[in-house]
Write a protein that binds this ligand. Sequence first.
Ligand code: ATP
Length: 238
Amino acid sequence: KGSGPVLVVEDLHVAYGRVEAVRGVSFSVDPGSLVTLVGANGAGKSSIINAISGLIRPKSGRVTFDGQDITRTPSHRLVGQGLVQVPEGRQILGTLTIEENLHLGGWHVGGASAAALAETYERFPVLGDRRHLPAGSLSGGEQQMLAIARALVARPKVLLMDEPSMGLAPKVVDEVFRVVDEIRTTGTTIVLVEQNARRALRAADHGYVLQTGEVVHSGPAEELLADPKIVEAYLGVE
Ligand code: ATP
């Protein structure tokens, strides 16, 4: 605890059998900042985030959260400590109502509190209006908002987001990034994994570019965005 980074990843290795998905990745995240991991499909982004959140076990390396070694802490315990993930593909339970999905975000404390629900519905009025409807009736963008809202119910210190813009129409992507920015403004630290490198870097303080399981570039997001080599190799023409 104190003024150092809230999250530190050191020499992380993840393997699936013989496939070495992550090969010695290190980075740290300052409190209140937004760090993004960008890179092509298969670069290892999800593996890194899943290893941090305890969903998968790294082969080696160390993850420190809030000054504590959490490398082998199961994900359900991490939620209670304030490290919460918005999973890839949203993982909404479509037959449960929107409110029931939100309750799952607070299951470690016996469900979402009335205050947390009220806050959620204020921030996401669509979810409030439809709280008794099945979550499966929401559009893709609305389901992403629900996935984010469900994570926020746990009052994260650090929010891990895996490809929140995936599969969404451009206008809805704008909306997702607006919400990401808003969450960040409230002081929540964010680690954002994205294939949409340009959008992610625009939202971020610091960026890491991954290629086949390794960090190949890193720096302040605005420097990466201004680097012609990065633009050419990873961002393309706008
Ligand atoms: P995506 O955007 O597709 O999620 P990513 O950058 O997040 O890509 P990972 O999902 O971490 O990348 O995958 C990294 C590598 O590990 C890829 O080569 C992928 O095929 C492999 N991989 C991921 N999950 C598994 C698994 N469960 N079993 C075997 N190989 C896997």
